[in-house]
Ligand binder design. Structure first.
Ligand code: T1G
Length: 693
């Protein structure tokens, strides 16, 4: 066994060379790994005893792609093309032996080999699109030659891997190998094909691409079917063009198209944003003052207080992963309704085939309804999900404190109330934490884990680990009005509402935000949530446009009218009624009416969000800027190709943001102040992503 470099070894067993790479944690194709492959192939080719070569990895996976941390460094030799050419140019067949996840450049390496074999648990994919890229080492040219353009389009634009059996069926791999026998089986397979000639090269396999030539509808139909999903993104379209080149041009020319498009994406802001988010999604789990070895409280049974929309949705998260839930209501009809909604949600999933009726019954069997709070006594975690009223919540927590066993976590799903105040009524404040789910709680990926002044480290660590277990992405935040997500939303709401009094209409403001990349605008979102959240009819005094709308029974989508008018299918249209209400209200406010530009609307809505994020960092409510971005991408649909409000501020430059905020001055409202941290970073030419919370 000869060492090629620190991560590569070449062994020769009989007439087979085994080139083994071992570069934890995921055998990313760093410069060292590429060098090991490049040199190892050359050595194996030069060894006359070797008739065929096995390329295999140790550790948890075959190459999982290019080393993303290297992207910001200049070209490092050997480049991907040099490495790929060494493999494909080998005069001896090379067999890729795949386990774990062969992704991105890893799968491209495998496709440059003569053959590919894998264990059944392996997965193969080209997820570059998730990084705002396309496979830049021949993947868009080789994949359609192996699996056909249609499947290649799906794989490169979704970024989703396929399992080994699907890969075998589609022609991506040549043989399935029993688990645990990969190395020996690979040697046997290599011996079997060692003398096959001519050497098989994927670049020469043209049947599947030729069959698609002259059928532009394959691409036109694909673009049309995915237009909504790809809206605003560059990478999916560039991936499609690259696959089109594989169909319509010879391999070498298609490779050039791929290289050109890859370069454009790599140099663009969208990929920078998406690569930033890739790492942000991993950073968010790292809590500086809660070490990885903090003891975890085992959560075997969960109690939920309140079987309303949130309580039922929250319950589903735990039942979905096999954790039994006891859910409490005050009245039988409310309990029955709540359980009925959960069952209906599950049954809806059977229509899409995601669940079977047996799954539904199994999950419902894990959900126990009761009217007695005492039934939560043996729960390891209790989540309160009732009416947003401090007195009511404190009353429930005082009871839970007496009922629930010691050591259990007492959590609240409040979206804005001060959890320190809630914790003040229990004798175990260290056990209290906020678990702020986003509606619908069984769908939205984001969970804000809210630590109080007293939340203990085991409670925090347990909450974060539980979030991962139920498939959420969790950001640990501190207590303040609205925590992180809603606090930043509130900053935007103030501007959007103010602009209605200056001459803008809800549909103009919403279009600006939609075109920026948000899934829906400020007022469409308000209509969806309901304008009457927190509205009390008896106390309503036409003091705001929102109150006037509610008083006119225009309370949002649920009443068929809010800011917008809605048809039976809930399609919105601008409302003359709303327009009159706004005009009358604006006239009374005495503010001069004017035509606001889309640019002003965008800057006032978004720059105040950047400013609020900076204030959140100053107050240490968030640990890092990228956590704030994770919140807004996963909780509010901020376009991932813009990286989040903090990353976006860094992209356009904090100097520019501060200058604009100063230029708008009093227009931003008498209570608006610029974050000192934002001003400092701008003055020093620094970025929010470099500022620790
Ligand atoms: N580069 C650098 N570091 C990586 C990495 C990568 N490709 N993938 C993972 N890591 C780090 C990650 O940051 C974390 O670090 C640790 O490994 C464990 O990751 C030319 C240009 C492979 C499915 O997009 O999908 O190839 O936080 O927590 O849950 O065409 O990692 O521990 O310090 O995610 O077991 C294409 C990305 C690159 C694959 C494993 N490849 N990675 O999941 O572990 S672009 C990808 C993943 C490319 C070519 C193009 C997952 C995983 P730390 P983890 P996991």
């Amino acid at each position: 066994m000869g060492a090629i470099n620190a991560v590569a070894t070449l062994a020769v067993e009989g007439d087979i060379g085994i080139l083994t790479l071992n570069s934890p944690p995921v055998n990313a194709l760093s410069q060292q790994v590429r060098d090991g492959i490049h040199k190892g192939i050359q050595q194996a080719v030069a060894d006359t005893a070797v008739q065929a070569i096995v390329l295999i990895c140790e550790g948890k996976t075959f190459f999982a792609g290019a080393d993303i941390t290297e992207f910001t460094q200049g070209p490092l030799s050997p480049s991907f093309p040099e490495m790929i050419d060494a493999i494909e140019g080998s005069p001896k067949p090379v067999v890729a032996a795949i386990h774990g996840t062969a992704l991105g450049g890893g799968l491209e390496v495998a496709m440059a080999c003569s053959y590919r074999i894998a264990v059944p648990s392996a997965k193969c994919g080209l997820p570059e699109v998730n990084l705002g890229l396309l496979p830049g080492a021949g993947g868009t040219q080789r994949l359609p030659r192996l699996v056909g353009p249609e499947q290649a389009l799906d794989m490169v634009t979704s970024g989703k891997p396929i399992d080994a059996r699907t890969a075998l069926a589609s022609g991506l791999i040549d043989e399935l190998i029993p688990e645990g026998e990969l190395r020996n089986s690979a040697i046997e397979f290599a011996r079997k094909i060692a003398r096959n000639r001519p050497l098989r090269r994927v670049r020469d396999m043209n049947d599947k691409v030729a069959a698609a030539r002259g059928k532009p509808e394959i691409f036109a139909d694909f673009r049309k079917a995915n237009a909504r999903k790809f809206r605003g993104f560059l990478a999916p379209e560039y991936n499609i063009r690259s696959i089109e080149a594989a169909v319509n041009q010879p391999f070498a020319e298609g490779l050039q198209v791929e290289q050109q498009l890859f370069k454009e994406l790599m140099q663009g802001t969208q990929s920078a944003a998406q690569r930033y988010v890739f790492f942000a999604e991993r950073q968010v789990w790292k809590i500086p003052d809660v070490p990885d070895d903090t003891p975890i409280i085992p959560i075997k049974k969960v109690g939920i207080v309140g079987a309303g929309t949130m309580g039922g949705g929250i319950a589903m998260n735990f039942v979905n992963v096999g954790i039994p839930v006891t859910i409490v209501e005050t009245r039988q009809d409310a309990l029955d309704r709540g359980l009925g909604v959960v069952r209906k949600n599950y049954e809806r999933s059977t229509k899409s085939g995601k669940l079977t009726m047996a799954d539904v019954d199994k999950r419902m069997s894990l959900l126990t309804g009761t009217l007695e709070l005492e039934r939560l006594a043996d729960c390891d975690l209790v989540i309160e999900a009732i009416f947003e009223n401090m007195d009511v919540k404190q009353g429930v927590f005082a009871k839970l404190d007496k009922i629930v066993k010691q050591g259990a976590i007492l959590a609240t799903n409040t979206s804005a109330l001060d959890i320190n105040d809630i914790a003040s009524v229990v004798k175990r404040p260290e056990s209290v934490i906020g678990l702020h789910f986003f509606s619908p709680a069984n769908v939205m990926r984001l969970l804000e884990v809210v630590r109080t002044r007293h939340s203990s480290k085991p409670v925090i660590a347990t909450a974060m680990q539980l979030a991962k277990k139920i498939g959420k992405i969790a950001a640990l935040v501190g207590v303040c009005p609205g925590f992180v997500g809603n606090r930043i939303l509130h900053a935007r709401t103030l501007q959007a509402d103010a602009m209605l009094l200056e001459g803008a209409m809800p549909w103009q403001i919403d279009k600006v935000l939609y075109d920026f990349g948000l899934p829906m605008g400020q007022f469409a979102m308000a209509d969806l949530a309901g304008l009457d959240l927190g509205w009390v009819k008896e106390r309503s005094a036409s003091a705001t446009i929102r109150e006037v709308l509610c008083e006119a029974d225009r309370r949002g989508q649920k009443t068929g009218a809010g800011y917008y008018d809605y048809d039976e299918q809930r399609h919105p249209s601008p409302s003359p009624v709303t327009e009159k209400i706004i005009r009358d209200f604006a006239a009374k406010s005495g503010l001069p009416q004017r035509q606001l530009s889309d640019q002003e609307i965008l800057e006032r809505c978004v720059y105040v969000q950047i400013n609020e994020g900076a204030r959140i960092l100053e107050e240490k409510i968030a640990i890092r800027a990228s956590d704030i971005d994770i919140v807004w991408i996963n909780g509010y649909g901020w376009p991932v190709y813009r990286g989040g409000p903090m990353f976006y501020g860094d992209t356009i430059g904090l100097k520019h943001v501060v200058a604009k905020l100063k230029a708008y001055g009093p227009k931003l409202g008498s209570n608006f102040t610029i974050s000192p941290l934002l001003e400092k970073l701008a003055a020093e030419g620094k970025r929010l992503q470099d500022a620790a919370g």
